[in-house]
Design a protein around this ligand. Structure first.
Ligand SMILES: [Zn+2]
Length: 387
C-alpha cells in the first residue's frame, strides 16, 4: 500500500523541479497534490476493507463470465467450504477451472495489475484449489459399492421369471456409436477348442482383443482354455451348453436351464459370470420361430445383451475355403464402419486360424481398430419376425 504514497510524492517532486514559471509550477503542484491526496485516500480505503477493495477491478471479470473466480476466494474460509461445494454444481467445475485464465486477459490486467493486488488476495489458481478439492472430497460424491438389484418380476407374468433368481446382470447403458470410428469386433463361436491357443497367440501378436462366445463343457481342458481366454483380456460371452437347437429353443424354460449350466461353467473357470451372449444360429433361425420373442424378452428382462453379426467369415458354411474366408470377411467388413465378425473356434477351423493374420493386417491397413464386445457396445441384432 505504501507504493501509492511513494509514487504520489515522487511525482510531485519531479514536476516541481521542472517548472520554470511560478504559475505553471503552482498548477502542477496543485495537480500533484490532488493526486497524492487521492492516492492516499485509496490506500486508506484499501487498508480499511481488506480484500473487498480489489473487487471492483475483479468484478470486470464477471462480465467476462468467470465470476466464480471472484466468489471462490471470498468463500474459501474453512467454515464456508460446505457452502461452496453445495453452491457449485459439478458440471460447472471444468468451466470455472478453465476460465481461471481470464484474469490474465488485457481487460483484467489493465484494471488491476499484479502489483496492485493486495498481498492478502490469494492468486486465482490457488484460490480455485480449495473449492475444487472440497468438491472432490465431498462424501456425497464418493462411489459406494452397489448391491445388484434383481429385475422386477411381473406377478401376472410367466413362472420362468421366478426361476434362477440370481441369473441376471445390471443393465448397462449403451455407448453411442461414432460413425467416424472404424471398429471391428472379432467374435469366435463354439469354443474353446484345441485351436484356441493359436487364436490367442495371433491376437496377441497383433495386439487385438476379441470376444469368445463359448459352449464349453465341464472338463479340465475346457476350463483351462476358458481361464486363458480371460487371462489374456478377451471377453467371454455365453453360447449355451448343449448348442442343440432343438433342445434350447423348445421353450423359455429349456433355454434358461441350458444357459444356467454354461453360466456356472464359465464362472467356475474364470471367476466371473458372463454378461453377454449369442444365440446358436443367431437370434433368428428356423428352430426358434415360436420361442424367439419370449426368450429374447426374458433374457433382456434379466439384463443380458445378445449380439448377432453383420459380417460372416462363412467358415462354418459348406464349401468354405481359405480364400473364401479371407475374401468374405474383408469385403464385408470394409462395407461397414462397425463390423461384428462371425468366426468359429472349433477343432475343424484351421482355415479360419490360417487366415486370421491376413485379415487382421488388411483391416488394420484400412484404418480399422479391433475391440472386444462388452455390454456397453450397442448390439447388432437381426429383426425378429412377429410370432
Ligand atoms: Zn454356434
Amino acid at each position: 500500500m505504501a507504493k501509492y504514497r511513494k509514487r504520489g510524492y515522487r511525482g510531485a517532486k519531479h514536476r516541481k523541479s521542472q517548472g520554470k514559471k511560478f504559475q505553471y509550477a503552482a498548477i502542477v503542484s496543485a495537480a500533484a497534490l490532488f493526486l497524492a491526496v487521492t492516492g492516499f485516500a485509496i490506500t486508506a480505503t484499501s487498508d480499511g476493507i481488506e480484500n473487498f477493495s480489489i473487487l471492483p477491478a475483479y468484478r470486470m471479470g464477471g462480465t467476462l463470465g468467470y465470476e466464480e473466480v471472484i466468489t471462490l476466494p471470498i468463500f474459501s474460509a474453512d467454515e464456508k467450504s460446505e457452502d461452496v461445494s453445495s453452491e457449485l454444481s459439478i458440471p460447472e467445475k471444468p468451466d470455472s477451472t478453465d476460465s481461471s485464465q481470464p484474469p490474465k486477459t488485457p481487460e483484467t490486467s489493465s484494471a488491476a495489475s499484479s502489483s496492485d493486488i493486495p498481498e492478502s488476495q490469494p492468486p486465482a489458481e490457488s484460490s480455485l484449489e480449495q473449492p475444487t478439492s472440497s468438491i472432490m472430497e465431498d462424501p456425497k460424491q464418493a462411489s459406494e459399492p452397489e448391491t445388484p438389484v434383481p429385475p422386477p418380476i411381473d406377478p401376472n407374468g410367466p413362472d420362468y421369471q421366478k426361476s434362477y433368481p440370481d441369473m441376471f446382470v445390471p443393465p448397462v447403458e449403451k455407448k453411442p456409436f461414432d460413425s467416424n470410428d472404424k471398429v471391428c469386433y472379432l467374435t469366435f463361436d463354439d469354443g474353446p477348442s484345441k485351436l484356441t491357443d493359436q487364436i490367442l497367440d495371433i491376437l496377441d501378436e497383433y495386439g487385438v482383443k476379441a470376444t469368445f462366445f463359448v459352449a464349453a463343457k465341464d472338463d479340465e481342458t475346457s476350463k483351462q482354455r476358458l481361464a486363458e481366454i480371460a487371462r489374456r483380456g478377451h471377453t467371454i460371452g455365453l453360447h449355451t451348453y448343449t448348442h442343440d437347437y432343438r433342445k434350447i429353443y423348445a421353450s423359455v424354460d429349456a433355454f434358461l436351464d441350458d444357459f444356467a449350466k454354461e453360466r456356472e461353467i464359465i464362472y467356475n473357470a474364470t471367476g466371473e459370470y458372463p454378461t453377454i451372449f449369442r444365440f446358436p444360429g443367431g437370434s433368428v433361425n428356423s428352430y426358434n420361430k415360436k420361442t424367439a420373442r419370449a426368450i429374447i424378452d426374458e433374457m433382456t428382462r434379466r439384463g443380458y445383451t445378445y449380439y448377432d453379426w453383420n459380417v460372416s467369415s462363412g467358415d462354418a458354411e459348406y464349401g468354405a475355403t481359405r480364400e473364401s474366408i479371407y475374401r468374405d470377411t474383408v469385403s464385408q467388413a470394409k462395407a461397414c464402419t462397425k463390423a461384428i465378425v462371425l468366426c468359429h473356434d472349433t477343432n475343424a477351423k484351421g482355415d479360419t486360424v490360417s487366415q486370421l493374420p491376413s485379415i487382421l493386417w488388411e483391416l488394420k491397413r484400412n484404418g480399422y481398430r479391433f475391440d472386444k464386445l462388452d455390454p456397453s457396445v450397442a448390439p447388432i441384432n437381426f429383426p425378429v419376425p412377429k410370432q
